[in-house]
Design a protein around this ligand. Structure first.
Ligand code: HEM
Length: 415
């Protein structure tokens, strides 16, 4: 790989921990190249960013996911041997199951539940109470997700389950206590959900056809067999956990409303197009998933770089969403940039790129967008609040990140 910039550090693992979301972007700028080679965790890795890189990354002839996600991610964020690690026909078959649960009408059902629960959670709020929006959002979303999916959850349980779901997300970029918290939350949550799957299968719990729990419990693999109960639990958690994680984007949306003059008024005007653009800009602008990994299937050369069989390749999510060749003034928050955006499948990739039915792109984008819209509407139309002094900065090193204070609100009234 002579033409390809090579980061000569012995191993970049430490730099990755120190530079977080900007690790790939910093080097892309330094080497003036959308692609470079480095060493991470003792192996050779190609890192890349941008639209062409994303197109390449989603070519499933060239890349596979099996063997790409480290065990530490599977033991926290994904679950072991789940959809994220599958390839080929078995992957597509599993993926269509996920997609069948998330059609536009089902997105609406969930969004309506979320709106009701927002009202419920602020109904009895005392004027002088301070609320941390992120914490409230996790509870609302956990309750809505379980109800929507058909998973029984009592009100007293919601906070603890919500924390467990989020701990699995929070663990992915961490070492030490934060990693281990997610590592404990996973088996605990899997046992809970597995028990419910078993109740559904034995008829102890009745479920509606079409609900996530029902379809997951009775899904048949290509060989005609049901998933084992643990795997069904892992995959149902792959529906519930990321719904709870939308709390991160809702918190960032509140920050965007707070920090950008004029946004709130435009959102209050009821202009649906502006609401859509605002939500897209929140998903583009604020950091959440940093990058994705896949392994090279067979040797090939692309843009003079030698991709060797088995090599790990990282696609920069944050960097592509902030790539100046795609986005004018990428570091400005400007919803209007989406006015005549064509919806390209490889430019805006907070939840992956390409066609979700054919590759690994997130099946939950529709849900995420609808839930964000509803929550933003609630914040600007149904709630009055003040934002007291607090630390609203967010780290670009901690992964995943969040405004430091979680967005504290006070003097709240429900309209
Ligand atoms: C995959 C991000 C919400 C379910 C992914 C991927 C990303 C992502 C980056 C990986 C794409 C790839 O590997 O190529 C997000 C973000 C969300 C979100 C930032 C907002 C909080 C959701 C929701 C659901 C969901 C609401 C389900 C209700 C999944 C599943 C996969 C996935 C099942 C695996 C797909 C596969 O491997 O084929 N998501 N997601 N996500 N997401 Fe999401």
């Amino acid at each position: 790989n002579e033409q390809v910039p090579y980061d000569k550090s012995l191993d970049n693992s430490l730099a990755l921990m120190q530079e977080g979301y900007q690790f790939i972007g910093n080097r892309v700028e330094r080497y003036q190249s959308d692609l470079f080679e480095a060493r991470l965790l003792g192996q050779r890795v190609i890192c890349m960013r941008g639209k062409e890189a994303a197109e390449l990354f989603y070519d499933s002839e060239r890349f596979q996911r099996n063997g790409a996600a480290p065990k530490r991610i599977q033991k926290t964020l994904f679950g072991e041997n789940a959809i994220q690690t599958m390839d080929g026909d078995p992957h597509i078959h599993r993926k269509l199951l996920f997609m069948s649960l998330m059609t536009p009408p089902q997105q609406k059902v969930l969004a309506n539940l979320v709106m009701d629960l927002w009202h419920h959670s602020f109904r009895d709020i005392a004027m002088n109470n301070e609320i941390v929006l992120f914490e409230e959002a996790k509870k609302v979303l956990c309750t809505a997700a379980c109800k929507w999916a058909g998973v029984p959850l009592n009100e007293l349980e919601a906070e603890e389950r919500a924390d467990d779901f989020y701990s699995m997300v929070d663990a992915f970029g961490a070492i030490g206590p934060r990693h281990w918290k997610g590592r404990r939350a996973r088996p605990k949550t899997e046992e809970w959900i597995q028990g419910i799957i078993e109740d559904v299968r034995s008829g102890r719990l009745e479920t509606a056809k079409g609900s996530a729990i029902h379809e997951m419990a009775f899904h048949k693999e290509l060989d005609g067999k049901e998933l084992d109960a643990r795997m069904a639990a892992v995959e149902l958690i792959n529906v519930l956990r990321p719904i709870v994680a939308i709390a991160t984007f809702i918190t960032f949306a509140a920050l965007a409303i707070h920090e950008n003059k004029g946004c709130k008024e435009k959102l209050q005007s009821g202009d649906r197009k502006y609401l859509e653009m605002f939500v897209q800009e929140v998903r583009r602008f604020y950091p959440f998933g940093p990058f994705l990994g896949a392994r090279v299937r067979n040797d090939f050369i692309w843009n003079q770089a030698e991709f060797e069989e088995g090599m790990l390749v990282l696609l920069d999510i944050y960097g592509t969403n902030h790539d100046p060749t795609i986005w004018e003034k990428p570091d400005e928050f400007r919803p209007e940039r989406f006015l005549d955006w064509q919806g390209d499948l490889f430019e805006l990739i907070p939840q992956g790129g390409g066609d979700p039915a054919k590759g690994h792109r997130c099946p939950g984008e529709g849900i995420t967008i609808e839930v964000m819209k509803t929550s933003v509407e609630f914040l600007v139309n149904n709630l009055e609040y003040e934002v007291p002094g607090q630390n609203l900065t967010y780290s670009l090193v901690r992964m995943p990140t969040l405004p430091e204070s979680g967005f504290i609100m006070k003097s709240i009234t429900l309209k």
